[in-house]
Design a protein. Structure first.
Length: 93
């Protein structure tokens, strides 16, 4: 074994949010900011759980909208933002 080789490990957490069964209150107004704040709370939980200072954020499709808004508001929590399948046209975004 080469003693000069240093191996480091990184904890990678992949979180998939499935909203199809989310039980919203009937009078609750849901907007993009609601999703962004939920993602912010989730990021704080992940940072504590995995004892990290920052996360990598990946947004795909609709998640790219949430990811961009989240990184804009709470950039201090993330190493970087990676967008894939990026939304390029959102009339009311």
């Amino acid at each position: 074994m080469d003693k000069g080789l240093v191996v480091s490990t990184t904890i990678i957490a992949i979180v998939v949010l499935i909203l199809t069964n989310y039980k919203f209150k009937t009078n609750e107004a849901i907007c993009i900011d609601t999703f962004v704040e939920d993602a912010f709370e989730l990021a704080k939980i992940l940072l504590r759980r995995f004892k990290q200072n920052k996360l990598y954020l990946i947004g795909h499709s609709w998640g790219s909208v949430i990811g961009l808004k989240l990184i804009e508001k709470h950039y201090e929590l993330f190493h970087t933002y990676i967008g894939c399948g990026q939304v390029v046209y959102g009339k009311n975004l």
